[in-house]
Design a protein around this ligand. Structure first.
Ligand code: CTP
Ligand code: CA
Length: 224
């Protein structure tokens, strides 16, 4: 019993994870997307399952695959679909981790036919997507809520503002300054900031190891 708890400390816990980019349709053949590979979110899902958690992995379009009886993959395309899937599962979740690179804006209208090439200049009107993490922060009860932040200036200050604005328990700040960190890279350099604003810079390491560090924070929350 004691042994099981130390080996599978997240057994019985439900964890919702978002991963990958979102694609916002422009017309039937085009979209606005980003370079997120989905690897960080998938690595968190695998590490969580290895610790015994049941995982709902809501992912935007990626090439990644995962086969694990503890991981249910929910494939989505747009920010709105990711929002709907997350809200469907959030109520009976113990932890939510938002690792997806969700589009901030989407085309105001989706053309029903392929847009034809015509004038020399062309622009698309965009409107804000819904902020999934902020919405979960507003409705959360006992859920432990973890967000990511990608900043290029005033990193710590901006990350602290995100903790407050989105009602988070912990934020994982991605440092793009360091070579080998971020999009399309196997490594990540992160800094943890908790809701008391305790700052913990971590070393540059593989995304697998960052995933384990994040789940250690989750374990601390339940056991310390
Ligand atoms: N996020 C989300 N839904 C959105 C936008 C962001 O759930 N529509 C989540 C991301 O998954 C991430 C966190 O919010 O965990 C922060 O994302 P980030 O892009 O750094 O911040 P934004 O709030 O979008 O602000 P900005 O891009 O202006 O820095
Ligand atoms: Ca954003």
């Amino acid at each position: 019993e004691d042994d099981l708890e130390s080996k599978l400390p997240l057994k019985g816990k439900k964890i919702l994870i978002t991963a990958g980019p979102t694609y916002e349709a422009i017309d039937p053949v085009r979209f606005i997307g980003n370079h997120s590979s989905g690897k960080m979110g998938f690595d968190i899902a695998k590490a969580a399952a290895n610790l015994g958690a049941s995982v709902i992995l809501v992912t935007g379009p990626t090439h990644l695959k995962v086969e694990n009886s503890l991981i249910e993959v929910v494939n989505v395309f747009s920010a709105q679909e990711m929002y709907d899937a997350c809200h469907l599962h959030f109520n009976d979740t113990d932890v939510a981790i938002a690792a997806a690179a969700v589009a901030d804006y989407k085309p105001k209208v989706i053309a029903l036919q392929k847009i034809k090439k015509a004038a020399d200049e062309f622009s698309i009107e965009l409107e804000k997507t819904k902020d999934i993490l902020s919405s979960l922060g507003k409705i959360k009860k006992k859920q432990f809520l973890i967000g990511f932040a990608l900043e290029t200036e005033n990193e710590i200050e901006n990350a602290k503002l995100k903790i407050q604005k989105k009602n988070l328990d912990l934020i994982v700040l991605n440092s793009l300054q360091d070579k080998g960190a971020g999009f399309q890279q196997p490594t990540n350099k992160v800094t943890f900031i908790d809701k008391e604003f305790k700052i913990e810079p971590m070393d540059l390491k593989s995304k697998e190891s960052v995933a384990v560090d994040i789940l250690n924070k989750v374990i601390e929350h339940f056991y310390v």
